[in-house]
Design a protein around this ligand. Sequence first.
Ligand code: EPU
Length: 422
Amino acid sequence: MEKLVIEGGRPLSGTIQIHGAKNAALPILAASIMASGTHKLSNVPDLLDIQVMLEILRSLGCQAEHYGDTVTVQTSTAYSSHVPEELMGQMRSSIFLMGPLLARFGSVTVYQPGGCAIGERKIDLHLKGLQALGAKIEETGNRIVCTADSLQGAEIVLDFPSVGATENIMMAAVMAEGVTTLYNAAREPEIQDLQNFLNTMGADIIGAGTDTITISGVRSLSPCLYRIIPDRIVAGTVLVAAAVTKGGVTLERVNPAHLTSVIHVLRRAGVQFAIDGDIIQVSCPTRPKAVERIVTSPHPSFPTDLQAQVMVLLSLADGLSVIKETIFEGRFKHVDELSRMGADIRVDLSSAFIRGVPRLYGATVEATDLRAGAALVIAALAAHGTTIVEQIHHIDRGYDRIEEMLSGLGATIKRYTPVPSE
Ligand code: EPU
């Protein structure tokens, strides 16, 4: 198993360009199958989850290549609407194939998706939304078969603004007959990016970024060229890494508007920012201050995907901070690992009480999921001594060569790949 070996204590400095957003690229790649022809998507990061999505598209008959940051998908040869169980199990985002395959073929067979073990992660809202558009759903064990002679526009109210359900329903409704109105929709920037991509293919959607999205059905879509938005969670991770190491970093190719709630929280912790267009300069010359209460909630509130990373900053802050996690019930697995590095954190139900300590110490720790793994890397950068982070395949799902990204900013971080006999 690969590991990261990190020598802590060096302030990060320099300039970094933030790669494209995983959580925008994945549904967009799935949506590409709705238009027959060749799409070219740029700013696509090289991540494990992207590789799995391309493998799924190939298994359905598409041709898909990733060179540099550009993915070319040729979808006219797609012939199957059955996503292999083995690939479904490799990531949660495989569920994004449901809406597009139903729209293109009138039927889709999928299995319960895999993904980071951060909570129950049901898909009931996806299925209810597709049913409201006229799909019949049969569930047998792990297998879900969804069919529709034709999809009809509908008024749909989501019980919760689920990101994935909003995206799946938008994609299925694009070629439905009539108008679909989706209320209580998720408002994440990745949903706006999906709307822009679908509209570039010829869809007629308005409202993404608000809680009401209106999709007027169109008869057909055409392939297109499209550039994915920057990854706000990778950007947020670098902001925290710069702050915990008391460094100064310039982030280029970011969208500061996507990070408003994060910058607000970090400012309260004493982190300093200068923002100009798509550039953010971050620095934190002094010990961070505790933040009384942070609550993770759907966008535009504080994102669950940065909860673990910000917890590292607060574990080194002066005073007691509280973070309440409201999105995923299993997203405090980094706490035990941070405690092994000297953090003083107590969890009570969905709240973590973080009493700042003056320093963290290197240890051998395990990435239990993607963002927990990123948090441990950040902690290691700030810690005294050497940290070994194991199970880093989780980190590779969302950060394109994290060791290169951070060593470019002066960190001492190396990937250790065991030889096969070890
Ligand atoms: N939920 C249901 N039923 C559903 C769908 C969701 O009960 O049908 C619940 C979930 O169990 C969870 C909550 O609703 O408690 C939020 O789930 P949501 O559907 O919004 O999340 P997701 O679509 O599964 C995406 C991101 C996650 C990110 C969340 C929240 C992608 C590919 N994934 O997941 O990203 O944490 O939204 O913002 O877009 C990550 O990148 O590390 C990651 C986990």
